[in-house]
Design a protein around this ligand. Structure first.
Ligand code: PGA
Length: 272
């Protein structure tokens, strides 16, 4: 599956010009077959959307659940759509911390789907306890977000597993590949129970939380991980595109090996 590597600039950088330059630098350093999405502050979307290409698109970091009306300070998916935003983060832990409940997350998810934008549903526990309560926390977040959605809608959603303890500069540490693997298997199990094995197998599940150039590949090597959601490191064009290009190189190598194995198997069969 093609890797989905998303940058989340959060409330950075300070000036539009810096945003343009960073975006351009990322665009330039992407290899010709690499693709990415950068979730930028709303204010920069109109300017940066002019620089989008087949390789780099713009994502939003949130969308208000109601399309239009008396909602001071809000931006909805309907408004974002006119700038061809491809993805929108929903339920990021920093939005949940500032008041997004599971119900609001679910409404936002619907509003984004309605506009044909791909939602990136962020889930993740605050802490890890020995009793595995974190599995319950993540399951509830998914069940509540998807409540009432059809299988056809659910399969369009990207699920980003972002343990809160692993996010940002105050992170305790990043997740280990095995913790991440356990959770992605669990997430696909939850989806299978809701809408069947086929969607559980193909839905995109990505990892986020202190991903950088030193650990990115270890997450991408996990079979159930389709991509990454990268905060701080996505502001460094060199580090960010290094991670993306590397992931695409690995995919190319895997495809080559697969094609060779198929070819050899056909040869052996023909010789028999
Ligand atoms: P981080 O942020 O990579 O800086 O930990 C990830 C996120 O919050 O999406």
């Amino acid at each position: 599956m093609e890797p989905l590597i998303i940058g989340n600039w959060k409330l950075n950088p300070k000036k539009t010009l810096e945003a343009i330059n960073t975006f351009k630098a990322i665009k330039k350093a992407l290899q010709k077959d690499s693709k990415t999405v950068v979730c930028v502050p709303t204010l920069y979307i109109p300017e940066l959307s002019k620089l989008m290409s087949n390789h780099i698109s713009i994502g939003a970091q949130d969308a208000f659940e109601t399309e239009l009306g008396a909602h001071t300070g809000k931006v909805s998916a309907l408004l974002l759509k006119q700038y061809k935003v491809s993805h929108c983060l929903i339920g990021h832990s920093e939005m949940r911390a500032s008041g997004d409940t599971d119900e609001i997350v679910s409404q936002k998810l619907r509003s984004v789907l309605k506009q044909g934008i791909i939602p990136v549903l962020c889930v993740g526990e605050k802490e890890r306890t020995e009793e595995h309560w974190y599995l319950h926390v993540v399951k509830e977040q998914i069940l509540k977000a998807f409540d009432g959605l059809s299988p056809n809608e659910i399969k369009k959603v990207v699920i980003a597993y972002e343990p809160i303890w692993a996010i940002g500069k105050d992170a305790i540490r990043s997740s280990t590949p095995s913790e991440c693997e356990e959770m992605t298997i669990f997430i696909r199990r939850v989806i299978a129970d809701m809408v069947g094995e086929k969607i559980a197998h193909t839905i995109k599940v990505i990892y986020g939380g202190s991903v950088d150039k030193t650990n990115a590949q270890s997450f991408m090597d996990i079979q159930g991980v389709t991509g990454l959601l990268i905060g701080r490191a996505s502001l460094s064009p060199k580090d960010f595109t290094g991670i993306i290009n590397n992931a695409y190189d690995t995919l190319k190598e895997k495809n080559k090996q697969y094609a060779n194995t198929q070819k050899n198997q056909r040869k052996t069969k023909a010789q028999k």
